[in-house]
Design a protein. Structure first.
Ligand code: PLP
Length: 449
């Protein structure tokens, strides 16, 4: 398609440029209310992925709109490098209050990738100022997704990107811990994520003296929604301590009640050295992320000499006052409405209901933690895909079919695991509707393949 034939200028994420113009391209949404979304053509869709896992408190919360409007009319923006605002100070204090004990500083970012980037740079600076100049490698899970910036790309298992190796060239510092994990608690279906054992092997392979950090999402969401048992994070913490390696917990998805506690690290009673958050920090009402820093890291850098003590890093939109005000109000709602407990209880209910889909021969496993769940399909993989050729293509077809039925879903690594993570305010009746739609979709897939 040439630019003169183009009817939509927008290039959608992770897509061909012309997908925005395709009749089969991303539908336009115009409204949201609770767990429901409304498309431009008037159709209602159940938000089964909570707006890319960001939406905790539900769409259409007037309370957040009012806070944003008030802050925007008082002070919409400022030079965040030389000044600060009451919302930014208040939110930083609140995050330290609710984070695992031992965390003591907050750096704000515009989103999740930048929070990861910030954490990686802090990890490298931590080792540098302590004279540990060889520690430059970062170990990540296979199939992980930590964002799209160059540092985050380094910590990508390679599934979500096609040309990272070419782009990164000699700047690659990420090392993939090859899975899959084994052992109790990883879910009944084939797990795709590496666990502590695979991390230990990767560290031995490259030499612990060369490793700066381990980065993990505590529930391995992108790696097949493999609900890493809390014991895995405990084992990773011990492994890092043994080798003087920093532990980065990427809680961009798991943070803010999604797994049934404020942060998934708290399920394991683990304090990371660096923690990255975004998404449900504001329930997506404003773009914002943060890197939360353990006192050990702050102190090492702060006590360094001269320029080494300065963290030369910041974003124009880091600590945006409107985003910070909205995030604080969002956290207040999470706490007042005990959405941690809601996520735990309704997540259990959802998994029980998903288990009933086992009557379908396309069903493999329903697993997850809190309101972060995966439905794995097609036990035979590509051999079960029929006319679709590959399991991944069959699941793309099913994702679109579910959209027609009225359910928003997405697939993660290895392309046949559907993520089910509706807003945390979802009711049991709405979860019943979600399962009915899946039931219909699976029957349609079985007839169509
Ligand atoms: N880390 C994790 C675990 C994520 O899931 C994501 C995004 O999905 C990111 C980082 C990157 O966040 P963003 O898309 O806000 O840059």
């Amino acid at each position: 398609m040439t630019s003169s034939e183009r009817d939509v200028a927008w290039w959608p994420p992770f897509s061909r440029a012309d997908e925005g113009s395709s009749p089969d391209g991303p539908p336009v949404l115009v409204r949201g209310d609770g767990v429901w979304l409304e498309a431009l053509d008037g159709r209602r869709l159940l938000d089964g992925v909570g707006a890319l896992e960001a939406m905790a408190v539900g769409h259409g919360r007037q309370r957040l709109v009012d806070v944003a409007a008030r802050q925007m009319s008082e002070l919409a923006f400022l030079d965040v490098f030389r000044y600060t605002s009451l919302p930014a100070l208040g939110l930083a204090d609140k995050l330290i209050d609710i984070a695992p004990s031992g965390m003591d500083r907050v750096l704000f970012t515009p989103g999740g990738s930048e929070a990861v980037e910030t954490a990686l740079k802090l990890a490298l600076q931590y080792h540098w100022v302590r004279g540990d100049h060889d520690r430059r490698l970062v170990i990540c899970r296979n199939g992980a997704y930590h964002g799209v910036t160059f540092g985050a790309m380094n910590c990508d298992g390679g599934y979500y990107s096609t040309r990272n190796d070419v782009y990164l060239g000699s700047t690659r510092f990420g090392v993939v811990a090859e899975g899959p994990a084994t052992g109790e608690g990883w879910g009944m279906g084939a797990p795709y994520a590496a666990g502590a054992q695979q991390f230990a092997e990767a560290i031995e392979r490259v030499g612990p003296q060369n490793v700066a950090a381990v980065i993990v999402d505590p529930c391995a969401t992108a790696s097949g929604v493999a609900a890493a048992p809390p014991s895995d994070l405990v084992a990773l913490r011990a492994l890092c301590d043994q080798h003087g390696i920093l532990l980065i917990a990427d809680e961009v998805i798991t943070g803010f009640c999604r797994t049934g506690t404020m942060f998934a690290s708290q399920l394991a009673d683990v304090t990371p050295d660096l923690m990255t958050v975004s998404k449900a920090l504001s329930s997506g009402y404003m773009p914002i992320g943060a890197t939360i820093v353990n006192e050990r890291v702050t102190t090492a850098i702060n006590d360094a000499e001269g320029r080494d003590a300065v963290f030369a890093h910041g974003h124009t939109y880091g600590g945006h006052p409107v985003a910070c005000a909205v995030a604080s109000e969002n956290i207040a709602i999470l706490e007042e409405e005990r959405l941690d407990l809601a996520a735990a209880a309704r997540g259990q209910y959802l998994r029980a209901r998903l288990g009933e889909l086992a009557t379908h021969d396309t069903f493999v496993d329903a697993r997850g933690i809190g309101m972060l769940n995966g439905l794995e399909l097609l036990p035979g993989g590509d051999a079960d895909a029929g006319r679709f050729g590959t399991a991944a293509s069959a699941c793309v077809w099913l994702r679109k079919r579910l959209r027609d039925i009225g359910l928003v879903t997405l697939t993660v690594h290895p392309g046949r695991v559907f993520l089910l993570a509706p807003p945390l305010i979802v009711s049991e009746a709405e979860l019943d509707t979600l399962v009915e739609m899946l039931d219909q979709g699976l029957s349609d897939l079985e007839a169509a393949r």
